[in-house]
Design a protein around this ligand. Structure first.
Ligand SMILES: O=C([O-])CC(=O)C(=O)O
Ligand SMILES: [Mg+2]
Length: 218
């Protein structure tokens, strides 16, 4: 694809947002879900992106909006059926992301065996930080990610606890569909997910790297 836009603004590219679920054992447990034998993943539309300064908007059908803080991996080079040992060559960098989730809707979808699109893909369901080039993060499996709501710590996780590593995820996903430059992979949430209400302030960060703030709209 034409690369007229800089990758540092990957959220403007209109590319895929691929979200991995149940990639931390303690989060799978708090959801009452079994540990996955292979990665579970789903997609958000690229219009789900929201940047600092714009609010997170709860969809009208949701009564229980949850935060999930996740490390995002930005693809820098097309990946089609790549082996694990070459997967990191396809990474351009990272971003901190929130996988905002209409939890009540998701529970309904699970019960009915329906897809999670309504629960996961609404507008503003993917708040995203600035882009962090790969050179700034020597080991993406040694990061502490955290999230506070109104100043109170809710989530704290270490990316070393991922069930499926980043190379595994890239290799696995790229055998199902081609990952393109500008695609983003959300690598799953650590434990501590919970509700947010209108006017709450969410602050999240990667320790020693960056932090970001989002307001939940009225
Ligand atoms: O909704 C869920 O619990 C699945 C998910 O996105 C995650 O584990 O990050
Ligand atoms: Mg998630």
């Amino acid at each position: 694809m034409a690369t007229s836009k800089p990758l540092s603004r990957f959220w403007e590219w209109g590319r895929n947002i691929v979200c991995v679920g149940r990639n931390y054992a303690e989060h799978a447990k708090e959801m009452g879900s079994a540990l996955p034998a292979e990665p579970l993943f789903f997609l958000k539309p690229s219009s789900a992106y929201v940047r600092e300064g714009s609010p997170i908007v709860r969809p009208y059908y949701c009564r229980n909006l949850h935060h999930e803080v996740e490390l995002g991996v930005v693809i820098g080079k097309r990946a089609r059926a790549v082996p694990q040992d070459a997967a990191m060559e396809h990474v351009a960098g990272y971003a901190l992301c929130l996988d905002m989730t209409a939890r009540d809707t998701q529970e309904e979808c699970k019960k009915k065996g329906l897809p999670w699109t309504l629960a996961k893909g609404f507008g503003s369901s993917c708040p995203v930080s600035d882009f962090v080039p790969k050179e700034k993060i020597p080991d993406p499996h040694k990061l502490q990610i955290w999230l506070k709501v109104n100043g109170k710590l809710r989530q704290e996780g270490d990316t070393s606890s991922m069930i499926f590593s980043i190379p595994y995820l890239i290799s696995y996903i790229s055998q199902i569909f081609t990952l393109e430059e500008g695609d983003l992979i959300l690598t799953g949430s650590p434990k501590g997910v919970g509700s947010v209400e209108a006017n709450d302030e969410i602050e999240a960060g990667i320790r020693d790297v960056l932090s970001m703030k989002f307001k939940v709209a009225q």
